[in-house]
Design a protein around this ligand. Structure first.
Ligand code: GLU
Length: 288
């Protein structure tokens, strides 16, 4: 079987040790299996993405000894693809406009009769304030408004099981075939945002469409995204897309056990480079 994986950084800060580990692991897995390692620039957040961060990513990855086919896929070139998928979901009555602010959602979700707000993989589970009583929308899809997935309808709309193959490990050691039933998606994930008002798309929608269009067979990424994977499986079912194999890897942490973040400049690859580290030193630091 062909093995095609990708590294999909957002150009919103310097690459750090955690990114280097993820990219090297994907690259090594592809090389060992005679497969392909692709790069994708995840720059849908136009307010945060910067060309100099993107140039730095290419430079650090080349310095690490990684190579990939060019040109690379860039999400900011693909808004028309995301729009077309949203149009299709809108026409099927699967998404609805939502005008709630974050504060509205937190207030509604923690109203006294509701108890503590429930958290899903995408934050507070949406309490349904804007969910329409009549499911089928009429007219063209509204723009400049957030669109949420109607999870009840999404679950009803697909008869297939929600499952994916995990060849790595989730944060609780989850591995093998990971499954979810419709009710757990409704209760534990809820109506997630598929198009943000300021972006016209979302991480979840874009990543699913991009992985499909790049022909990704194996998604290699950090365990922090394990919880989001079932959302991706739901979207794949709705959009008629095959589910790739997922390989979630351990996260690289600092000495206090905290996950490295983009702002953690001390762990930036460019900082290590400036201090004279070699790519072999970086490999040693992150471990196998
Ligand atoms: N762009 C995401 C990040 O920077 C990674 C997305 C993915 O691998 O699915 O964390």
């Amino acid at each position: 079987m062909t093995f095609i994986t990708r590294f999909a950084p957002s150009p919103t800060g310097p690459l750090h040790l955690g990114h280097a580990y993820s990219a090297m692991l994907g690259h090594d897995m592809a090389t060992r299996r005679g497969g392909l390692f692709l790069l994708r620039i995840e720059d849908i957040d136009l307010s945060r993405a910067r060309p100099d961060w993107e140039a730095g990513i290419f430079d650090d990855l080349s310095w690490l000894g990684l190579s990939w086919p060019r040109p690379v896929m860039r999400q900011s070139d693909r808004f028309a693809v995301y729009d077309a998928a949203l149009d299709a979901l809108w026409a099927r009555g699967l998404v609805y406009p939502c005008t709630c602010s974050r504060r509205d959602i937190e207030a509604a979700a923690s109203a006294p009769q509701e108890g503590a707000p429930l958290l899903g993989p995408d934050g507070v589970i949406y309490p349904g304030t804007c969910r329409p009583a009549t499911p089928v929308p009429s007219g063209p899809r509204p723009r400049n408004v957030a669109l949420r997935l109607n999870m009840v309808r999404a679950v009803q709309d697909t008869a297939l099981p929600f499952a994916f193959a995990e060849t790595g490990h989730g944060p609780e050691g989850e591995t093998g075939t990971i499954t979810a039933d419709g009710q757990s998606l409704i209760d534990g994930v809820g109506d997630i945002v598929l198009a943000r008002r300021d972006m016209g798309t979302s991480y979840h929608l874009s990543v699913v469409l991009d992985d499909a269009d790049q022909g990704i067979t194996h998604v290699v990424r950090g365990q922090d995204l394990f919880g989001a994977t079932m959302i991706h499986v739901v979207l794949q079912r709705l959009l008629g897309i095959d589910t790739p194999v997922y390989h979630h890897h351990r996260l690289i942490r600092d000495e206090t056990g905290k996950r490295l973040a983009k702002r953690d400049d001390a762990r930036a690859i460019r900082t290590y480079r400036a201090e004279g580290a070699s790519p072999a030193d970086i490999r040693r630091m992150v471990g196998p």
